[in-house]
Write a protein that binds this ligand. Structure first.
Ligand SMILES: Nc1ncnc2c1ncn2[C@@H]1O[C@H](COP(=O)(O)OP(=O)(O)O)[C@@H](O)[C@H]1O
Ligand SMILES: O=C(CO)[C@H](O)[C@H](O)COP(=O)(O)O
Length: 551
């Protein structure tokens, strides 16, 4: 449905496939969202650490939301379409039909999701090779990348999947193929998740060394041997079949896509910040860190020259902003962890009932409940004796240790709503200490960051935003459009249409500051102390593991 003042002009459609839902937006040349729609998508967890989705389900959801956002407008004004998605692995056979990625042989579930940790043994062996490509992923390959998952498929589903496979796509590339019939891959996906180098291409010796020499023999046909920069126009644009599915005109420009976090980066990092009193005003864009917070959080910092930061992915050339190197820090579960802590608490049913009665989200209710119980002190001080280590799904950055687990210290016998609210607060704070550690690592490597640009579902939570400001000590910029990831996807469509000469020009025109949240510097001493405890938690966890391993 169309909302706001509609002005005639050129429109772009952005489609964002997150972990939990598919979103679409109709966006104009100023980066303003004229219409928005979303739809949840299925996830399967057939066993612990196995997470699967269906490419057919996801495409169907893309069609539903796209049709919704273009309702009531003259579709001839739509000039371009851009996709972004999570970096999940899609498997198709030689005729582009889904193949099962599970022991049950269910071909509908043909996606190994990014957060799937089934390939632990495979990634350990890959890391033991110490191959030089690992230098570009922070020194340690993550179990969430594609090489270990591919090796898992070869070792575990040889007959039902591996031998029959014709195409392995990153989800963003699957979507652009589905829309255009073009199998070219985006440089973003291949560089960030598949060890491709923007300068040197594939490294045969890596694939041979890890036991996936099949790809070399096949000239990388199955994983991509035509690579395009994000935003490049694909083939002849939208095919008639996809046009019918999506409710768009055939032939409109479709862009080479981006991973979701990278689209969020494009959607926020280029905004004009003049007049907000920010340290990054008049400074190079390299002083900005885009933080995309949804199910996971991704911390995107760019530089003119390559910077190697142990435990932080990259440097990746031109993977987000063309001509810049990208380092990507991350936390594997953030939104998912908050949901897990809140929903698993004994007082959750009471919370749900009270939030529903007030027509509020449970988070809005918890935030106002915290305001009630804090009395005269700052809300953050409620957790003076409650501390959380947030790596319930391992640590992505900067420790790059998938074996790490979550920790909570300071639990009491109470199970009431106050207790739930304070646990929620401590979890949000723990998540915000993650970027502080990541930024310290990035700065030790040579980055110089002064300002955070937050987007994603969690940026709708004022407590989450304030805690990021207070705990990192940096101002947080929120965009005018809450759905900035979709603005990033639309920027791709705008570039593919030729309406902007470059991604940088489209970024500057289409991303805009909405609000700035400054840190409460008076609380700094308190958070410095909590940070000391935070660091002790992981130190102690490692000690416990060592004790238990000892004789
Ligand atoms: N209105 C809201 N207030 C607070 N938190 C929210 C809100 N909406 C979503 N979230 C949080 O954001 C997370 C999902 O963010 P989203 O960007 O939609 O994720 P994804 O892109 O991974 O599907 C949820 O796990 C939830 O914790
Ligand atoms: O690995 C990533 C980006 O490199 C993302 O964490 C992954 O794609 C999931 O994103 P989201 O939390 O937005 O669903």
């Amino acid at each position: 449905m169309l909302g706001g003042d509609q002005e005639p002009g050129n429109y772009y459609v952005g489609v964002d496939v997150g972990t939990g839902s598919v979103r679409a937006a109709l966006v104009d040349q100023r980066g303003i969202l004229l219409a928005f729609a979303d739809q949840p998508i299925n996830q399967w967890e057939p066993q612990f650490n196995h997470h699967e989705q269906s490419s057919e389900d996801i495409w169907a959801a893309c069609c539903v939301v796209t049709k919704q956002v273009v309702q009531g407008i003259d579709v001839n004004q739509i000039r371009g379409l851009g996709f972004d998605a999570t970096c999940s692995l899609v498997v198709l056979d030689k005729q582009f039909r889904p193949l099962p990625v599970n022991h049950e042989g269910d071909a509908h579930r043909n996606i190994i999701m990014w957060l799937d940790h089934r390939a632990v043994s495979q990634v350990r062996r890959i890391n033991e090779t110490k191959h030089s490509v690992l230098q570009c992923v922070g020194g340690v390959m993550s179990v969430e990348m594609q090489a270990p998952k591919l090796l898992w498929l070869k070792e575990n589903l040889r007959e039902t999947c591996w031998d029959k496979a014709g195409h392995f796509f990153d989800l963003p590339d699957f979507l652009s193929w589905k829309a255009t019939g073009v199998t070219a891959r985006s440089l973003c996906s291949l560089v960030c998740k598949w060890t491709y180098s923007a300068e040197k291409g594939w490294d045969d010796s890596f694939w041979k060394m890890i036991g996936l020499e099949d790809f070399v023999a096949d000239n990388y046909n199955k994983i991509g041997n035509q690579v395009l920069p994000p935003g490049a126009s694909l083939g002849n644009g939208l095919t008639p079949e996809a046009a019918k599915d999506l409710g768009l005109p055939a032939g409109i420009a479709v862009a080479a896509s981006l991973i979701d976090a990278h689209a969020g980066g494009l959607g926020v990092i280029g905004a004009d910040v003049r007049g907000y009193g920010l340290a990054c005003e008049g400074q190079p864009v390299t002083s900005r860190l885009a933080v995309i917070c949804g199910t996971s959080s991704c911390h995107m910092g760019i530089s003119k020259d390559p910077i190697f930061v142990p435990g932080v992915w990259g440097p990746y050339f031109s993977a987000m902003v063309p001509g810049f190197w990208l380092n990507e820090g991350g936390q594997s579960v953030t939104g998912k962890l908050i949901d897990h802590m809140v929903q698993g608490h004994a007082a959750f049913p009471e919370l749900q009932a009270k939030a529903t009665a007030r027509c509020q989200s449970v988070y809005a209710y918890l935030n106002s409940h915290l305001d009630l119980i804090k009395k005269a002190q700052p809300v953050g001080f409620l957790t003076v004796d409650l501390h959380v280590w947030p790596d319930f799904h391992g640590n992505r950055s900067p420790l790059a240790d998938l074996t790490l687990k979550g920790m909570v210290t300071g639990l009491k016998l109470s199970q009431d709503l106050d207790d739930l609210a304070i646990l929620y607060l401590a979890t949000v704070q723990a998540i915000a200490f993650g970027p502080r550690l990541i930024i310290e690592a990035m700065e030790a490597g040579g980055h110089s960051i002064s300002t955070l640009f937050l987007c994603g579902g969690l940026s709708k939570n004022p407590l989450f935003v304030q805690m990021h400001a207070d705990i990192t000590g940096m101002p947080v910029v929120l965009s005018q459009e809450v759905e900035s990831v979709l603005v990033g996807a639309a920027i791709l469509g705008a570039c593919a249409s030729g309406d902007f000469a470059s991604v940088q020009e489209a970024m500057a025109r289409m991303s805009k500051v909405g609000k700035v949240v400054f840190p409460r510097l008076e609380d700094k001493r308190y958070y410095d102390k909590k940070y000391q405890v935070f660091l002790k938690l992981v130190e102690h966890q490692k000690e416990y593991v060592a004790i238990m391993k000892g004789d």
